[in-house]
Design a protein around this ligand. Structure first.
Ligand SMILES: *[C@@H]1O[C@H](CO)[C@@H](O)[C@H](O)[C@H]1NC(C)=O
Ligand SMILES: *[C@@H]1O[C@H](CO)[C@@H](O)[C@H](O)[C@H]1NC(C)=O
Length: 415
């Protein structure tokens, strides 16, 4: 084995060891430690607690998918600055990879899309995808024990989680339609849903996809590429040793990031640099306070299989189902190659909003998506040339650069 292979081999194993050690520390010390070490004061609050603290009226709901996953969905029924009746239909706002609904609150009431869209008087629903810290439950399976719990990737989000969330919202509000906003993975999985389950097409008025993630062939984020390729490479090994969960809240990566980035100096230097490397540099866009807070909720956890799917998506020029290798593909799909998602079936009116400096969902991949969608209303580039991937959730400038376009289309498709 060459030294480099050796290092790659040791890295995940040492992470797992560290994870266990840190787990022990946490188990012994718990919350008081967090308080004494001066984490951002709001960081331990959950979605409803945070929203309430800022004067927003919110609710917590439980959604059960056809295949038994128990998802937590939040709702903001009325914005603090909403001075008129709530508009109809309801709006669903879906988070991205390794995130949760909290990501839309982390930059605070002046910039978080959860707050801003509520302030425009929409009935706003924020689901959480299976596997993150709000949706780590199942009617039969125990995520800590059953490996079947973690047998999912983007396909299952699109096939089960989004439809279940949509049906719940429509039932609960007695609406026939809603408008959909999805960030990154939340955009790609919406497209998957519509290509696989055409009956959901008529349930969406307009879909606004913010930097949607489909194929990642032209991603410029070396760090993202390395991360998910490592998961792809070690997918069989991790499966063998019983590690099915990737980057959970409370795991080594999140705990270390949260611990380091709560310090103002480190947050404004090292943590900023790391975020720039991952998603594209945009100086001055993110408040230091947001950098400190976001790592209390990010990464939020997913399956190793989902990370491996991203590892495949950076190395092929197609938006397709999970590749199990020829033999298992034949069993699962009836073909040697995994089938691509058929985008010409997606007839929902779609608006894409994205940035030129997005390292992750690169303009080339998004142009490809735009060219395949049969009912694209607009492919909108944010005016600011440095607009990047994380700006959607964490920039202080969302109300200037993306909210007006979101508002324009929501209004057009509301009454
Ligand atoms: C959030 O906090 C509220 C109030 O403490 C609690 O009732 C609720 O169960 C919490 N929700 C989650 C998902 O932890
Ligand atoms: C995709 O859907 C279109 C429209 O129904 C159909 O004409 C086409 O054959 C499909 N493509 C594949 C590869 O299945």
């Amino acid at each position: 084995m060459s030294p480099i292979t050796n290092e790659i081999f040791i890295l995940p194993l040492s992470l797992i060891m560290f994870k266990n050690i840190l787990g022990d520390i946490e188990a012994g010390v718990g919350k008081p430690l967090k308080f004494n070490l001066m984490y951002p004061s709001m960081s331990s609050l959950n979605f409803t607690e945070l929203a309430t603290r800022h004067g927003y009226v919110s609710e917590q709901h439980t959604v059960i998918t056809e295949d038994g996953y128990i998802l937590t969905m939040f709702r903001i029924t009325k914005g603090r600055h909403c001075r008129r009746p709530i508009r109809k239909p309801p709006v669903l706002l879906m988070h991205g990879l390794l995130m949760s609904s909290d990501s839309f609150l982390d930059s605070g009431p002046n910039a978080g899309l959860g707050y801003l869209i509520s302030d425009l008087c929409y009935d706003l629903w924020l689901p959480n995808i299976r596997g993150n810290y709000y949706s780590r439950r199942h009617i039969n399976l125990d995520p800590d024990v059953d490996k079947d719990f973690w047998d999912f990737s983007n396909l299952e989000f699109g096939y089960y989680d989004i439809p279940a969330s949509i049906d719940y919202i429509l039932r609960h509000t007695k609406s026939t339609k809603l408008n959909y906003i999805g960030f990154s993975q939340g955009g790609g999985t919406f497209v998957i849903m519509n290509s696989k389950r055409p009956e959901y097409m008529k349930k969406t008025g307009v879909a606004i996809l913010l930097a949607p993630g489909t194929k990642h062939t032209y991603t410029r984020s070396t760090l993202f590429r390395l991360l998910c390729e490592t998961y792809l490479l070690y997918f069989p090994l991790l499966t063998d040793i019983g590690e099915y969960e990737a980057l959970p809240l409370g795991g080594i990566v999140q705990k270390l990031s949260a611990f380091l980035c709560k310090d103002t100096i480190i947050a404004s230097s090292g943590c900023r640099l790391a975020l720039g490397l991952l998603y594209g540099p945009h100086p001055g866009s993110m408040e230091t306070e947001t950098v400190k807070v976001l790592f209390q909720h990010f990464p939020a956890g997913t399956s190793v299989k989902n990370m491996a799917w991203y590892g495949q998506s950076v190395n092929i020029d197609a938006f397709q189902n999970f590749d199990y290798g020829a033999i298992k593909n034949l069993q699962v799909y009836g073909s040697v190659q995994p089938p691509a998602f058929n985008l010409s079936l997606v007839e929902v009116p779609i608006v894409i909003i994205h940035g030129r400096n997005d390292f992750l969902a690169s303009p080339a991949d998004i142009e490809w998506l735009a060219s395949k969608l049969p009912n694209l209303l607009e492919d909108f580039y944010v005016e600011e040339p440095l607009w990047n991937h994380f700006d959607v959730t964490y920039s202080r400038l969302t109300s200037k650069y993306i909210l007006p376009k979101i508002s324009e289309y929501l209004k057009k498709y509301s009454h």
